[in-house]
Ligand binder design. Structure first.
Ligand SMILES: Cc1cc2nc3c(=O)[nH]c(=O)nc-3n(C[C@H](O)[C@H](O)[C@H](O)COP(=O)(O)OP(=O)(O)OC[C@H]3O[C@@H](n4cnc5c(N)ncnc54)[C@H](O)[C@@H]3O)c2cc1C
Ligand code: FES
Length: 221
């Protein structure tokens, strides 16, 4: 972004041929600058980088739990792998922030959309979609129990809660962690986060290299 030296990390939301789509929220200088980019402007980008969610095993039942723009990598997962065996839970503050669901809808993935204020988009709801008030975690226990693996991306408190529910249910969970990044290629150590080894010892993982997708049970949330 044209606001200084540092790049900003974004998930690939959709991709086709040479085209890549991002889904981003304006939160500060960099994203504000990005929102002002015009067709034909040339940007300098680096990627794709890091470790993605593991592909689905044949016949596996996967639950995808996202919050806000954290839907982006989950939507890409659906776009790449198709919707068979997948269910989704997508959480937003309100209906006005709902975004990133097109690949879920195109693939017919059963989807629960939660809004904290209980609002919902006007117009017809596709048959595979249900609206619920509250947070995604309010509606997860049964869905996790019926899953072979959980994939999550969103704010840390959401992922921490999803990871805890998955651990209680004995279901493996992958989380795509979000850390500010300097270099994106494992050199600057600006993106490290604490993780626990097999013996419980705390070490550090680089979100840009060992992640951003990590085994949620190892993350010291
Ligand atoms: C692997 C990875 C994937 C990501 N994918 C996406 C994506 O697909 N879409 C997307 O919108 N964002 C994504 N992010 C987050 C995105 O990188 C940041 O929102 C962005 O760097 C903010 O830059 P900025 O210059 O606009 O804000 P800054 O000027 O750096 O920050 C401005 C203010 O916003 C706050 N802030 C910064 N980041 C966030 C955030 N994520 N949420 C809430 N507040 C924040 C800061 O604390 C600060 O107060 C991803 C991050 C990572 C690590
Ligand atoms: S961003 Fe530099 S090491 Fe990860």
């Amino acid at each position: 972004v044209g606001t200084g030296l540092l790049r900003r990390p974004f998930s690939v939301y959709r991709a086709k041929g040479d085209a890549v789509a991002l889904l981003y929220r304006v939160v500060g200088r960099g994203t504000r600058w990005l929102a002002g980019v015009a067709p034909g402007d040339v940007l300098d980008a680096l990627g794709p980088l890091g470790r993605p969610f593991a592909p689905p095993a044949r016949g596996a039942r996967l639950l995808l739990v996202g919050g806000g723009v954290g839907m982006a990598p989950l939507a890409r997962y659906v776009e790449v792998h198709g919707g068979a065996g997948l269910r989704g839970v997508a959480g937003f503050r309100s209906a006005g922030q709902v975004a990133g669901l097109a690949p879920f809808l195109a693939a017919g993935v059963p989807l629960a959309i939660t809004t904290e204020d209980g609002s919902r988009l006007a117009g017809p709801t596709p048959p595979e979609v249900v609206w619920r008030g509250g947070r995604p975690t309010d509606h997860l226990a049964a869905a996790i129990a019926g899953a072979d693996r959980v994939l999550t991306c969103g704010p840390d408190p959401l992922m921490r809660a999803v990871a805890a529910l998955a651990r209680e249910a004995g279901v493996p969970c992958e989380a795509s962690v979000e850390r500010p990044m300097g270099c994106g290629i494992g050199v600057c150590l600006g993106c490290v986060l604490p993780v626990r080894g097999a013996g419980g010892e705390v070490t550090y993982a680089r979100a840009c290299r060992e992640g951003p997708v990590l085994d949620a049970a190892t993350v010291a949330w």
